[in-house]
Write a protein that binds this ligand. Sequence first.
Ligand code: TXE
Length: 499
Amino acid sequence: MQEMTYGITLPEKPREFGFFINGEWRGGREMYERDSPSHDVPVTRTSRCTPEDVNDAVAAARLAFDDRRWAGLPGSARAGILLKTAEGIRQQREEIARWEVLENRKPISQARGEIDHCIACFETAAGAARLLHGDSFNNLGDNLFGMVLREPIGVVGLITPWNFPFLILCERVPFILASGCTLVVKPAEVTSATTLILADILAEAGLPAGAYNVVTGTGRTVGQALTEHPDIDMLSFTGSTAVGRSCVHASGDSNLKKLGLELGGKNPIIVFADADLEDAADAAAFGISFNTGQCCVSSSRLIVERSVAEKFEKILVDKMKKIRVGDPFDPETQVGAITTTGQNETILNYIAKGKAEGAKVLTGGEVLDCGSGRYIAPTLFSGVTPSMSIAREEIFGPVLSSFHFDSLNEAISIANDTVYGLAASVWSKNIDKALTVTRRVRAGRFWVNTIMAGGPETPTGGFKQSGWGRETGILGVEEYTQAKSVHIETGGRSHWIAS
Ligand code: TXE
């Protein structure tokens, strides 16, 4: 019998997916069964592809690129297909949101918001597909004219994580397609459904066969085969810094494919005494709890001016206690379950380490019983020192570490005391302070008196060990192109050999 949760039906039996190569569905592989992390019932079965499947997918993408069925179209035609895809996603918004919740456990209201962002990604990329252009040099003298062509890089391998299965996909796929590249995607094994659903939407929108291929399975087999594949020209990887490093090695040992990497973060939220403390505390609570803290741009280090630290932490604790944690299908829920048992264990280990190393839990720090699934209360640690593991390592959970500072320079130095540089947020009503921090803290995305704001128009990506390259925006399309310089002689070229 089907169970209902807040009016939404759990699948009677797990939905079975094939994998998608050259415009066709394939199957017949060993299957992986995924339980809903919030409801503990099996919801999907996806194929464990083999390295041979990866070869087939890459060959299809290669042919679709080389015969120019996609790259050879005018930008306006590519834009048309991207816009139709946006419409297709809009029509299936509820369905996609449901599978995101079932496999990933994110609150339904959040899933819907993310899908709206995904639609915006396709629309933005459609505009970029029309506007993509090179450059010209009319200043090389009357006899020489120069041009810079932007050409698609070729076949792209795309490896995505489980924390934002559809959102991270859509922050890359339309921009890759806008550039004229073709691709092979490997989603995280636990959250493959919506990547596969997108295959049908793209095909219905008119994307030529072979331009978007999906192989599912483990990182070790399928992901590794993509990173090593000699026919892939560029690999875009989002996930852990450790696997990012292995992508670098695999590229070096194979064909030196270009890499785009979006990796871990330990992002600061810096609060000055002159900030609107209510606003800043709301942002700090949101920044660490959104997506259960399983977010590369989660603000996991609170850096607050000592003169207001105690007051601020009190306001923050009050707010964190009010966060509604529970069944993600409840429209009121703000924070759902932890996505995997492995990640749950990792977070709980960090909480135990923080306590053992002497930090003080101001709120949370415990498991919550919501009937089924794994839930952790949003947690605030105070008295954190720079050498503690909760100060340095990415926890990827709802665990915030608080530091105190006395001067602007000290705030900047604490913020920069990390190997990561993905995002940062600063709170002050003083423009000099806010701008100085923005210019001196090394991070790819910055928010002043706000947090996690912005759309697909601006680029995303990290400084330092948070990654290489940029996704989204015009830069996110250019990332998947390469420049070709062309020189044209318009007069008689003067001869090298005397006649
Ligand atoms: O990531 P993995 P995991 C961080 C976060 C988290 C930690 C581990 O700190 O706790 O990483 O998460 C594929 N070759 N982030 O273990 O393993 C894998 O199948 C090629 C931050 O889930 O990096 C999946 O598709 N691919 C991050 C993808 O890589 C391989 C988001 C990510 O998995 C592979 C996720 C291999 N050898 C985790 N091994 C962010 N920046 O948002 C695995 N994969």
